[in-house]
Ligand binder design. Sequence first.
Ligand SMILES: NC(=O)C1=CN([C@@H]2O[C@H](COP(=O)(O)OP(=O)(O)OC[C@H]3O[C@@H](n4cnc5c(N)ncnc54)[C@H](O)[C@@H]3O)[C@@H](O)[C@H]2O)[C@@H](O)CC1
Ligand SMILES: Nc1ncnc2c1ncn2[C@@H]1O[C@H](COP(=O)(O)OP(=O)(O)O)[C@@H](O)[C@H]1O
Length: 296
Amino acid sequence: MSDSDRPRPLPSLAVASHKGDAGRVTLLAGSAGDGGRAMPGSAVLATRAALRGGAGLVSTITLDDRVWAAIAAAAPEALPVDVEGGAGTVERVAYELERRADDRARAVGPGLGRGQVVRPLVEAFLHGGDGPLVVDADGLNAFAGRPQDLRRGRGALVITPHPGEAARLLDARVGDSEDARIDAARRLADSTCSVCVLKGHRTVVVDGDGVWINSTGNPGLASGGTGDVLTGLLTAFLAQVGEAFSVGDAVRAAVWVHGRAADLAVESTGVRALLASDVVDRLGAAERELDAGRGA
Ligand SMILES: NC(=O)C1=CN([C@@H]2O[C@H](COP(=O)(O)OP(=O)(O)OC[C@H]3O[C@@H](n4cnc5c(N)ncnc54)[C@H](O)[C@@H]3O)[C@@H](O)[C@H]2O)[C@@H](O)CC1
Ligand SMILES: Nc1ncnc2c1ncn2[C@@H]1O[C@H](COP(=O)(O)OP(=O)(O)O)[C@@H](O)[C@H]1O
């Protein structure tokens, strides 16, 4: 696949679709920041992006009722569920995952912070289902130097490190050149048996089909929260995986649409003023452009 290739559009929804057909997804994101940094925004942005990505039902598990409240206020369409932090958190999250056996895709990681509980939480997602799973941000940091521990027994894994997170996983700096970025993404994909999305200018995607380099996006995306948006969108697109739309197709489509949404947004905001929320608001328009290439 060459870098000028536009990803395959998502499958069309049948006219008689119901919300179950569009895919049920579950996310675990955000923290209230007691003793650390508050990151309710991560959960809000990922949730809103999953909704805009077309997931029929979006459940976001939260570890604090203040994060739950932030989601309820910003995304009334979502189904946030609070399990509270503290003793027994991992068991409560595992129980929530068990209850959602019909999830089509899941994601874990954005804004969880660096606490000891993060690694067992990610493990509950890795081993608690067989649909596609996205691990991002602090979910990856919890495996610093041990990427092989992210391997799953069953179910596709997609990891979405930025170069800083990739360096932590590999315990080695990731060079800036395209060759160095491709090499790092390949090593991570191999050691984790995953589709690796190495983010940044010209995001690199490595999967069984080879290497694909994204052409959309702009430096306005170098601002807080835009990675959380990608995680939510990607999870929604992974919920559409089927016979004619692979995990790799969903990943490439999400990366392309995310960057294109940012390109559309800066036409009115300008590059410096771009906010992650502006990207969420343009996801639909960007996906329509991808759809317009259908059959081309
Ligand atoms: N509103 C929110 O709630 C937000 C929450 N966020 C969450 O905050 C958590 C940590 O994010 P931080 O930004 O603090 O920590 P990061 O790990 O993203 O960044 C910490 C350091 O890593 C290195 N780094 C980051 N991006 C890099 C890149 N592209 N290339 C090379 N080095 C890079 C830099 O040295 C940077 O100072 C994540 O879980 C993330 O999801 C962020 O998304 C920002 C917004
Ligand atoms: N200069 C750039 N050009 C294009 N895309 C970029 C650029 N900088 C960042 N991005 C994109 O923005 C997103 C940033 O994600 P990330 O670093 O995880 O941010 P955060 O942790 O704040 O959410 C990624 O999708 C990345 O590919």
